[in-house]
Write a protein that binds this ligand. Sequence first.
Ligand SMILES: *[C@@H]1O[C@H](CO)[C@@H](O)[C@H](O)[C@H]1NC(C)=O
Ligand SMILES: *[C@@H]1O[C@H](CO)[C@@H](O)[C@H](O)[C@H]1NC(C)=O
Ligand SMILES: *[C@@H]1O[C@H](CO)[C@@H](O)[C@H](O)[C@H]1NC(C)=O
Ligand SMILES: *[C@@H]1O[C@H](CO)[C@@H](O)[C@H](O)[C@H]1NC(C)=O
Ligand SMILES: *[C@@H]1O[C@H](CO)[C@@H](O)[C@H](O)[C@H]1NC(C)=O
Ligand SMILES: *[C@@H]1O[C@H](CO)[C@@H](O)[C@H](O)[C@H]1NC(C)=O
Ligand SMILES: *[C@@H]1O[C@H](CO)[C@@H](O)[C@H](O)[C@H]1NC(C)=O
Ligand SMILES: *[C@@H]1O[C@H](CO)[C@@H](O)[C@H](O)[C@H]1NC(C)=O
Length: 354
Amino acid sequence: MGLHLHLLQAKLLVLILLIFVSKSISTQANFQIANPKCRDHCGNVSIPFPFGTREGCYFNETFSVTCNETHYDLPKLYWTNSTIQITNISLEGQMRVSQFIAKDCYSQNGTRVLYKDPWIKVPLGFTINNTTNKFIVVGCDTYAYVSGYRENRNYETGCTSTCDNKDDLVDGSCSGLGCCQMSISKHVWEVEVTLNSFNNFSYVWDFNNCSYGFLAEESTFNFSASEFSRLRNVEMLPLVIDWSVGDRTCAEARNNTSSYACKSVNSECYEPANGYGYRCYCQAGYQGNPYLYHGCKDIDECQDPSLNDCEHKCENILGNFRCVCPKGHHGDGKKNGTGCIRSDQSFVFKLVAG
Ligand SMILES: *[C@@H]1O[C@H](CO)[C@@H](O)[C@H](O)[C@H]1NC(C)=O
Ligand SMILES: *[C@@H]1O[C@H](CO)[C@@H](O)[C@H](O)[C@H]1NC(C)=O
Ligand SMILES: *[C@@H]1O[C@H](CO)[C@@H](O)[C@H](O)[C@H]1NC(C)=O
Ligand SMILES: *[C@@H]1O[C@H](CO)[C@@H](O)[C@H](O)[C@H]1NC(C)=O
Ligand SMILES: *[C@@H]1O[C@H](CO)[C@@H](O)[C@H](O)[C@H]1NC(C)=O
Ligand SMILES: *[C@@H]1O[C@H](CO)[C@@H](O)[C@H](O)[C@H]1NC(C)=O
Ligand SMILES: *[C@@H]1O[C@H](CO)[C@@H](O)[C@H](O)[C@H]1NC(C)=O
Ligand SMILES: *[C@@H]1O[C@H](CO)[C@@H](O)[C@H](O)[C@H]1NC(C)=O
């Protein structure tokens, strides 16, 4: 009986240990992402520096975020004091926000009963990612514009979506029948979506009485006829925004050490393809937050079999690793290389050959 209990306790302990171990492995951020004493989470959203919730925690006011904990469910993260809700921030330079969708609804007699034309304006230096987002419009009596600014110029484009009958709609296809979509230009930082109808939905009202329009992450949307009713209850959809720091090139930014954002000694600077400012990354062999002093930490390749292919022994060195062969062996020690070859063997071989 006593033995049983001990066994049970031991099993429990192992279980608890396992849970702890797997938990610490699964938390992606096993390195520090924010300055000490700074809040690094809001609900399930992490807040890596240069973003921060108060002075001393963010790079500059542009990266200031607010965690609102008064919501009944999870706390929500907002950009500065705006209504833009942030759902994900990556150190690679992207962030995901929830953006309101535009709606234009009609009653059976042709009067407009609901109209929403939301807009979004991101701070200068940030842009709407033009490869992952699309301008998508849903409706059978619909034309829509997206208008705003790219750099300091006006930007306006749009598409038309119609259908005569519910049979026209093709699931999974957004090519003009009940759904149209288009790419947006790069460098766009302010947009508004405007919806319009040709015939106030009078010919299609029995199966479609609203238009919807939004800029959103393309992969999260798949058109089908059921979208007409689903989107009625959707307020917001995810939008990907690119961020960068400063308004200068890497070369210019490096000149001022106090304002240069790539603080970690093992960090590097690059200029993103979207053309604003610069971003930082950790050198090969390092991982972490390049924007923090000591933010880039050495990766121990020896702990992860996918990062090293040592045949015998792996030795971690700063920024890299080394394969070591046992005594009396030579070679590069790598499974995909020469491996470890017994030195005397080749000596004997040579002797025999001689
Ligand atoms: C937090 O959100 C609630 C509900 O949306 C709102 O009423 C409140 O003003 C917000 N608080 C702050 C500090 O933004
Ligand atoms: C944030 O985005 C990254 C990359 O797209 C993803 O791996 C991660 O799971 C996301 N985190 C949350 C909380 O959505
Ligand atoms: C639009 O149609 C839906 C379902 O077909 C209905 O519930 C809704 O009330 C209609 N909207 C208007 C404004 O008539
Ligand atoms: C049309 O319908 C709306 C809402 O259903 C109603 O408020 C309005 O009075 C109607 N207009 C006419 C001209 O019948
Ligand atoms: C979209 O939905 C259709 C069916 O509604 C499905 O056949 C198709 O595989 C889906 N496509 C994606 C990319 O999820
Ligand atoms: C903060 O950084 C942004 C972009 O990274 C820059 O455009 C802006 O001028 C800076 N703001 C202040 C107040 O220094
Ligand atoms: C360097 O940056 C700091 C902080 O942003 C600023 O106060 C200072 O004027 C800059 N120095 C030069 C030479 O531009
Ligand atoms: C848009 O986001 C993707 C990843 O989500 C990234 O690979 C790409 O570089 C971004 N585009 C720009 C212009 O930064």
